[in-house]
Design a protein around this ligand. Structure first.
Ligand code: BGC
Ligand code: BGC
Length: 607
């Protein structure tokens, strides 16, 4: 029996052969200059063979699962595809991804010019779209580790899990410097200072490896250029109102670090700077990034980002191309984009030199990646996805990320022999809640979307044979003679757009109810906060004997138990300032009259 994917492929190849009967003759891969030549020469040769439509095709990124026709890749000569946050292949395992990707890739290679595709995906904390993979703490937790070599290793492992599935373009790292925790993308940031964020740009080197040409390396994307974490009110896609010196000092510095580490792609921010949308900001994209900073890689737009510019569609396209964007993430409107840009070039409103510059960058990166030699998924790596070794690294990242906020009378670490432990709270036994957004789905969700260890399971596995762990989510039986209570509370999943909180950074009613019952029982309470940002806890803190911030730890909840029971002493340091009250938000280190609940860099340890 022929598999549906195979049928689709046969159909696509036949259709591509038909298309290539057009004016220009088909070029075989063997006719292209080989790998003996410098990548620049190979790119120039290929560019010289392209029609204007083919060039514009290379500049176009469609959404993989929203292709209108299966053979659109070859028919339009698309240069790249993305898997959006809610996209998944028919079988959402790394192998299912590899099957889908290879079918698309073969379609791309059946075009008149056999230029391989790039598949882009938001592996922002591990290859977190595919089920069964290793999911690391979100960046805010990695920022708390203050351990760049660890973060580089996280990048390495993420790249291996992606490459097995054929996804060689990662829309990560987010190098936002978050200056307002109301922003729903706070957890995608490594922290509130440019120094801390810059130090974590080593994720780029982890993803891209010693050389991009290795099949285990993926293209890193520094995003979102620039000022995304500095918008007024912490509004997602909002406006950063600041002078140029401040923009450079706070927000541009991490890009310099990423470029120095060889980052080959940069994504433009949806946000504005002083009222001008970044997608049209030629001064920052072309003059500063590509000129002054010498960036020779690819500038990619954000999801339909150009449609937020002023004017009709042709004006939007022209403004963004002219500003210096090279690849256009046009999930659905990709054909309209190609037709429009070709028209704009023909009408002389966009120069062919600008198109050539964009395509040269794209092709050069593809040659640098060895894609022409190894276009298909590196399937020998498939077995690595979610492997024990990778999960061990994630567990280490979890325990290093934990910040000990309070530890009265040395309650922690708990003895493994402690008699009866009550575990409560909505985030104790909920993998989805500890993963946060950008996990299997775009906004994430509660429940068990993939394989992992909940914090509760980690606690159960950690205690000795004589201890008893009881899970009572709402703490209704707190009076039943326990020795200690652990409350695992905080946020539930969200991502961009939906995660902004104008007010409402306090604990929810359910958490407050649990805390009240535990406090009333008189038990010593260890509070574990699972959240993508600091929450307002000033009124509750006095009731807790000990408190830990665990951020959004990912699949390896056992790392939390490692710290609670003292296998490892806590070493995390706050990557941002912890506000006392809603009124104090935003608060950042260096502010006048700086008086947070916990300062930037705070974090206790065991004696
Ligand atoms: C986000 C980007 C992401 C892209 C693709 C956008 O909405 O802002 O961070 O890379 O979608 O999923
Ligand atoms: C996609 C995301 C994208 C978002 C932007 C979602 O439907 O899945 O990848 O970032 O839309 O609006």
């Amino acid at each position: 029996m022929i598999k549906p994917a195979r049928l689709l492929l046969l159909f696509a190849m036949a259709a591509a052969a038909l298309v290539s009967c057009g004016s220009a003759p088909r070029v075989s891969a063997a006719a292209l200059p080989d790998r003996g030549l410098p990548v620049e020469a190979r790119a120039a040769d290929l560019l010289g063979r392209m029609t204007i439509r083919e060039k514009v095709g290379q500049m176009t990124m469609a959404d993989a699962v929203q292709l209108v026709r299966a053979d659109d890749i070859a028919r339009l000569g698309l240069g790249s595809l993305l898997f959006g946050g809610d996209d998944r292949p028919a079988v959402n395992t790394p192998e299912g991804w590899a099957d889908a990707f290879d079918a698309w890739q073969k379609n791309a290679l059946a075009a008149r010019l056999p230029v391989p595709l790039l598949l882009g995906v938001d592996s922002v904390h591990g290859f977190s779209h595919a089920a069964g993979t290793t999911i690391f703490p979100h960046n805010i937790g990695l920022g708390a580790t203050r351990d760049p070599p660890l973060v580089e290793e996280v990048g390495r492992v993420t790249a291996q899990e992606m490459a097995g599935a054929g996804a060689r373009w990662n829309f990560s790292p987010c190098l936002a410097v978050v200056r307002n925790e109301r922003w729903g993308r706070t957890y995608e940031s490594f922290g509130e200072t440019p120094e801390l964020v810059s130090s974590m740009a080593v994720l780029v080197r982890g993803l891209q490896g010693a050389s991009l040409v290795q099949p285990t390396s993926v293209l890193a994307t520094a995003k979102h250029f620039v000022g995304d974490g500095g918008t007024e009110g912490g509004v997602d896609q909002g406006d950063a109102k600041l002078d140029e010196a401040t923009l450079r000092r706070l927000y541009l510095a991490p890009y310099a670090a990423a470029l120095a580490l060889g980052a080959q792609s940069v994504m433009v921010s949806f946000s504005s700077w002083n009222g001008v949308k970044m997608h049209a900001n030629g001064r920052l994209i072309t003059e500063v990034l590509k000129g002054e900073m010498g960036f020779s890689g690819i500038v990619v737009s954000d999801w339909n980002g150009i449609e937020q510019l002023v004017g009709g569609f042709p004006e939007q396209v022209t403004a963004a191309v002219t500003a210096g964007i090279d690849v256009f993430m046009m999930p659905v409107g990709y054909e309209r984009f190609i037709n429009t840009l070709v028209d704009e070039v023909n009408a002389g409103r966009v120069t062919e030199a600008r198109i050539d510059d964009a395509v040269r960058r794209i092709l050069t990166v593809k040659f640098r990646m060895g894609l022409f030699e190894h276009p298909l998924a590196a399937r020998r790596l498939l077995g690595q996805a979610g492997s024990t070794g990778h999960r061990d690294l994630a567990r280490r990242a979890v325990r290093e990320s934990i910040v000990l906020l309070k530890n009265e009378a040395g309650l922690l670490p708990l003895s493994r022999g402690v008699g009866r432990i009550l575990v409560a709270g909505k985030n104790a036994d909920n993998l989805g809640n500890q993963l946060g957004g950008w996990s299997i789905s775009w906004q994430g969700g509660s429940g068990t979307p993939t394989k992992g260890t909940t914090i509760l399971q980690g606690i159960r596995d950690a205690v000795g044979a004589r201890s008893r762990v009881t899970f009572d989510p709402d703490g209704l039986n707190a009076g039943d003679g326990f020795d200690v209570a652990i409350a695992v509370i905080g946020e539930t999943p969200y991502a961009e757009m939906k995660g902004d909180r104008q007010g409402g950074l306090g604990l929810d009613a359910r958490d407050l109810g649990v805390l009240d019952r535990l406090h009333a029982s008189g038990l010593p309470v260890v509070t574990v906060l699972v959240s993508g940002r600091p929450l307002i806890i000033t009124d509750q803190l006095p009731d807790w004997t000990a408190a830990l911030e665990a951020w959004l730890p990912g699949t390896e909840g056992a790392g939390v138990a490692d710290v609670i029971f003292g296998s490892y002493a806590p070493m995390g340091k706050l990557p941002l300032s912890w506000p006392r009250s809603e009124k104090q938000v935003p608060i950042n280190v260096g502010d006048p009259d700086y008086n947070p609940l916990f300062p930037f860099g705070y974090g206790l340890t065991y004696p």
